[in-house]
Design a protein around this ligand. Structure first.
Ligand SMILES: N[C@@H](CCC(=O)N[C@@H](CS)C(=O)NCC(=O)O)C(=O)O
Length: 246
């Protein structure tokens, strides 16, 4: 049985979880809410990061390698009714360098975003720290660039299919939306990005593996916290204490 190591909040790990579900692949969930000790993580991967996937004799880490492996190694699964199928290729043979460039840029976007989040979690607001400010500015520049790379009114990196790029970008946007980071991916001049996220949100795999709201003090210790966190975003929904006291 394959086993995925992940933290609840990681957008990189969520993209892997979504690809596993899209492919119809069973997996054991080694899920933690917070970062485990160095010793614990080092047993699985030298990066000390999640996601990491153990599949038979193979141990893989880094979402880009894991998603490439899953898409390349396992046969396609039927698309949800009325929806585009998952791409059969991690990168298109005819657009290999462009697709790789977008995927690498998505990693930079994801790392800049999680850096802002990790620093805030450590008590450093991005507005108050030079490096974090740069990450937040990069975040907005990259969102504008992604908008130029999306095709059609339904916002897709690769027309007609759901690509790894689509999944990663939507996961990182929803990570932003479910963290009180004072960042936003939404903007009037990013309509294709909004269409992409809305299209991904409708997929059963995205709903089965939701992005959860997080703010200091939320531990997901109870089913009630998980239920509340599924529905809360920066734009809508009560705080947990307000919700819990209803
Ligand atoms: N490039 C890596 C990034 C993974 C990453 O940054 N994971 C974060 C969680 S979102 C992590 O494990 N952080 C804990 C740490 O760095 O100690 C990937 O795509 O898998």
């Amino acid at each position: 049985m394959r086993k995925l190591f992940f933290t609840t909040g990681s957008p990189f790990a969520r993209a892997v979880r979504i690809v596993l579900v899209e492919k119809g692949l069973e997996f054991e969930r080694a899920e933690t809410f917070t970062t485990p000790s160095v010793e614990e993580r080092a047993k699985v991967t030298p990066t000390l990061q999640v996601p990491a996937l153990v599949d038979g004799n193979l141990t893989l880490w880094d979402s880009s390698v894991i998603i490439d492996y899953l898409i390349s190694s396992y046969p396609g699964a039927p698309a949800p009714e009325g929806m585009a199928p998952l791409a059969a290729d991690y990168v298109r043979a005819t657009e290999k360098w462009h697709d790789k460039l977008v995927l690498a840029t998505l990693q930079t976007f994801g790392v800049s975003t999680t850096m802002v989040s990790q620093l805030q979690w450590s008590g450093v607001r991005h507005e108050d720290n030079g490096h974090a400010t740069r990450c937040a500015i990069r975040n907005q520049h990259l969102l504008d660039w992604f908008e130029t790379q999306l095709a059609g009114t339904d916002g897709a990196f690769v027309p007609g299919v759901v690509s790894a790029q689509d999944i990663l970008l939507a996961c990182i946007c929803q990570f932003i939306e479910t963290r009180p980071l004072r960042l936003s991916w939404r903007a009037p001049d990013r309509p294709k990005l909004a269409a992409l996220v809305a299209r991904m949100e409708r997929r059963p795999a995205f709903q089965q593996e939701p992005a959860l709201w997080w703010e200091p003090g939320v531990t997901y210790a109870t089913a009630a916290e998980v239920e509340w966190a599924r529905h809360k975003t920066i734009h809508a929904g009560p705080g947990f204490s307000e919700w819990a006291s209803q």
